[in-house]
Design a protein around this ligand. Structure first.
Ligand SMILES: [Zn+2]
Length: 410
């Protein structure tokens, strides 16, 4: 079996740990999380790594270099999934480095750098609605207020940590103490760009910025039969007209995507004119200035429609995440690694990540890099998520070359 097949088989095994029949559902601090950590522990130990579970439930496998003052390279991704998610989102970025490291260290015996693989407990936020808890704990930005967050069954995060058997009141101990020199995350692309380009792996240039807004239009609810069209203050139509105009505008701007994922009418009734209507706007670009500039234009579009229709408009920002660039020295090593892989002729291909990743948090303490692996039709967060052993084999070979070249790119 080649490395790609070994990783693929392990991912099938890990994917069996799920609380749902359909797809994979593996939430933070659940018995499935515990089982996954147990399995990952056996694989990490088998690879020669020293393993511990930290106080937020992250599993950490470590190799210490015999060299004095050796730099530290960290790899990893998240063990958790969304509800009815796939087998590869997150999991690939933990299992692939374990398998590649095991194979590589057997050949070279020793590395000139320390090496850690982390399986982050929570990235998706499926259970408590709080994202990146695992990587936040590792970089030291965990907010203790979050311990009061409650899941759908009324369990507090604080209790969930206790039940998991970790010391939730000492999460600061999960913070990496040593200086980290680089973080590399392997992840499925979760989009169709690599498939479209017919390329198995791609180097991530950066992660796009993402702002989220709530737009609320207020008019006057009324009888669907008695209020003439010209006397209406229909908040629902205000929302719909704005949505259409936003799509028209955003389509004219390069490097910008916007999604209206939720629309809400109130009252929500067949025979009542909506008196209040809201929609969410998720807007992303690799360039933060484009987002900021576009938001101003979109606000104007919405305000003009509101004024024309006699509606009141309220716009609230819900979230602002800045774009984040991958480190040039790490991406250069990735580029070299791709060119060094034998028996395969691919050119380094660069792309942006439209989705958020643990790497964004790690960026707060170190230089980051990401390698994307093609996934079928770009489908992710879905039981249909699919990658091939052949593509994983390419990614494994690239990572082997990376481990050979790191930390030098000369
Ligand atoms: Zn992910």
């Amino acid at each position: 079996m080649n490395l790609g097949e070994i990783v693929f088989n392990k991912l099938q095994e890990l994917g069996k740990i799920t609380s749902s029949e359909e797809g994979v559902t593996r939430f933070f601090l659940t018995k499935e999380h515990k089982k996954a950590n147990k399995l990952l522990k056996t694989w990490m130990e088998d690879a020669g790594l020293k393993v511990k579970v930290d106080n937020v439930g992250n599993i950490v496998g470590e190799y210490r270099s015999a060299f004095e003052n050796a730099p530290t390279l960290v790899m990893g991704s998240h063990q958790d999934t969304v509800k009815n998610g796939g087998k590869y989102d997150g999991a690939l970025g933990i299992v692939l480095p374990i398998v590649v490291f095991k194979d590589f260290i057997k050949k070279v015996k020793t590395l000139p750098y320390n090496f850690k693989i982390i399986g982050f407990g929570d990235e998706e936020g499926g259970r408590f609605g709080t994202i990146y808890l695992g990587s936040k704990a590792v970089v030291g930005t965990f907010d203790y207020e979050l311990l009061n967050e409650i899941d759908d069954d009324g369990v507090r995060l604080k209790e969930a940590l206790e039940n998991f058997g970790v010391e939730g009141n000492k999460i600061e101990e999960s913070k990496i103490k040593e200086k980290v020199d680089g973080y590399l995350e392997v992840h499925i692309e979760q989009g169709p760009v690599l498939e479209d380009a017919n390329i198995p792996v791609g180097i991530v240039k950066g992660i796009v910025g993402c702002h989220i807004y709530n737009f609320t239009f207020e008019g006057m609810a009324g009888h669907a039969g008695t209020v003439p069209m010209d006397l209406r203050k229909d908040a629902g139509v205000g929302v719909c007209s704005t949505v259409v105009e936003i799509e028209k505008y955003v389509s004219t701007v390069d490097d910008l995507v916007a999604t209206i994922g939720k629309i809400d009418f109130s009252p929500y009734s067949i025979n009542v004119i909506p008196g209040k209507a809201t929609f969410t706007l998720d807007i992303r670009s690799s360039n933060d200035e484009i987002i900021i500039d576009s938001i101003q234009k979109i606000k104007k579009i919405a305000q003009n429609i509101a004024t024309r229709r006699g509606l009141k408009l309220d716009i609230q920002n819900i979230n602002k995440a800045s774009s984040c660039n991958c480190d040039e020295s790490i991406t250069k090593i990735l580029e070299k690694s791709i060119l060094s892989v034998k028996n395969i002729d691919i050119n380094p291909f660069y792309l942006y990540s439209g989705a958020g990743h643990d790497a964004q948090e790690l960026k707060k303490i170190t230089n980051i890099g990401m390698l994307f692996v093609r996934c079928k039709e770009g489908i992710s967060h879905n039981p249909k998520e699919s990658i091939t052993p052949e593509d994983i084999e390419v990614a494994s070979n690239v990572l082997t070359e990376f481990l050979k070249l790191y930390p030098n790119n000369n």
